[in-house]
Design a protein around this ligand. Structure first.
Ligand SMILES: Cc1ncc(COP(=O)(O)O)c(C=O)c1O
Length: 477
């Protein structure tokens, strides 16, 4: 039986769904960041029985409204948790177009137009970090997948035979180097890929939370003399906790000297390289062998849109598959291009469309201005907390993350962690702003990550007051 619907029914879905989206975008700032909620509430308010017969559209869209109401609104101007940016309307509609087309971007044959758009988008993203026109890469589900593929490429470069024989037959254990601030996706990738988490050597940080290069060299030399095979160093361009950028040029020198793959996790922070005032911090990024950069983090593209960029496509094609159903017949050159040579996924969404349309609609200049504005708002928050008697800045504001804590007079150091934990929970529940947390030198920090083009200076000032109010309600201040 056909699932096609009449033109009238299609018009009805289109206009009602578009209205829902328009209402959402128009009124997002008036919503609580997080409406009062508890686990199980959504399930108690929507239909949870598998419908045997179809249900009326009005009912379904009403329930959709409930789902929207009970969501956390990452696009609210005072949402500063984790690394989550608002989507733009053009990005949302791009996803609709991609889903309507439902192209499967496994290779050129499967999605010819989508593959070419992805190649274009990847070149654009490469240019944002000053990779030259030869840069290649692929869009991924996110930074975790991009980082995982990067570590796989690094290991195959040292030991191509591991593909057939397995890591256990590929010589001494391989080691990876990263700072103590590295994102959890790196040890997780080491686990998934079979290196083992212990083989990620954790290198200490300086007072700006940046990897200490002397310690890196020391760890590599020690491992070499103990019979390990160092394969890769991971630098961060925007750590998840504080937004620190490792000394990339110096790390690139070490990678070259010890013949290591140099991967930079810029999943969150790499777009910061577009800000002229931060250019020096990113020096050396273009020397990385591979870079993760997530358009769904700081280019305001809807989830999911990660990206792994690499300078040398030949080094990055690590999979050689020979199944009959993937062989190309009657195609040559670029028409034989396949993403399955580079990544884990076979079926892949047409992610490139939303990146292409977002950058096309706004232009790189406006996106870069939004990134710069986020950076200056984080600096403003840093100034406000530094100048206030009842706040303490806990880490330098390098990009768009500010870590601080509330320090009321006459409160003992040992009580501050607990107090700030309680403040964070109260702020999150209160719905007026949303902060997450980080631990910095053992201190519990309220963490604001500003990747939000809707945020204004007034929102930052209001957030300070939201924290003070929460503290007052807890009996402090
Ligand atoms: C620095 C960094 N790397 C990697 C990731 C993982 O990205 P994803 O959640 O898209 O897998 C994050 C997520 O916040 C991150 O901040």
């Amino acid at each position: 039986m056909s699932l096609d619907i009449t033109n009238e029914a299609l018009d009805q879905i289109s206009s009602q769904a578009a209205q829902l989206v328009a209402e959402y975008f128009a009124h997002i700032a008036e919503r609580p960041v997080m409406a009062p909620n508890h686990a199980g509430k959504t399930k108690s308010l929507v239909n949870v029985e598998l419908p045997v017969e179809g249900r009326p559209l009005d009912q379904l869209l009403d329930e959709c409204r409930t789902v929207m109401d009970l969501s956390r609104h990452n696009g609210h101007p005072r949402f500063f948790g984790y690394v989550a940016s608002p989507s733009t309307p053009i990005g949302a509609y791009a996803d609709l177009i991609a889903s309507a087309l439902n192209a499967n971007i496994t290779c050129w044959r499967s999605g010819p137009a989508g593959t070419e758009i992805e190649q274009v988008v990847v070149r654009w993203l490469g240019s944002l970090i000053r990779y030259d026109g030869n840069a290649k890469g692929l869009l991924t589900s996110g930074g975790s997948m991009a980082n995982t593929i990067a570590l796989l490429i690094a290991s195959r470069r040292k030991s191509p035979e591991a593909s057939r024989k397995g890591l256990w037959n590929a010589g001494p254990p391989m080691t990876i180097y990263a700072s103590e601030e590295v994102h959890m996706s790196i040890p997780k990738a080491a686990d998934i890929l079979g290196f083992g988490r212990d083989q990620v050597r954790i290198v200490g940080c300086d007072e700006r939370r940046r990897l200490r290069v002397e310690d890196l060299v020391h760890r590599i030399q020690t491992d070499q003399s103990n019979g390990f095979t160092p394969i890769c160093v991971v630098g961060s361009a925007g750590t998840v906790n504080t937004g620190a950028i490792d000394p990339l040029s110096e790390i690139a020198n070490v990678a070259r000297e010890y013949d290591l793959w140099f991967h930079v996790d810029g999943a969150y922070g790499a777009p910061g390289a577009m800000d002229h005032s931060k250019k020096d911090l990113f020096a050396g990024l273009e020397r990385a062998d591979s870079v993760s950069l997530d358009p769904h983090k700081w280019l305001y593209v809807p989830v999911d849109a990660g990206c792994l960029l690499f300078r040398d496509a030949a080094a990055a094609a690590v999979f050689t598959e020979d199944a009959a159903y993937i062989q190309t017949h009657g195609l040559a050159d670029d028409a034989t291009f396949a993403y399955w040579d580079y990544g884990v996924e076979l079926s892949r969404r047409f992610r490139a469309l939303k990146v292409w349309l977002t950058l096309g609609y706004y232009g790189a200049r406006r996106i870069a201005e939004a990134v710069s504005k986020d950076i200056s708002l984080a600096a403003y928050l840093g100034e406000l907390v530094s100048n206030a008697d009842d706040f303490e800045l806990l880490a330098p504001v390098e990009l768009s993350i500010c870590c601080f804590r509330y320090v009321p007079k006459n409160t003992h150091e040992r009580d501050l962690n607990h107090l700030n934990e309680q403040i964070m929970a109260a702020v999150q529940k209160g719905g007026h702003a949303y902060l997450s947390n980080a631990t910095i030198n053992g201190k519990f920090a309220l963490r604001a990550c500003i990747t939000n083009f809707r945020t204004t200076k007034a929102d930052i000032e209001q957030t300070i007051e939201v924290v003070r109010d929460a503290a007052k309600k807890l009996g402090h201040g």
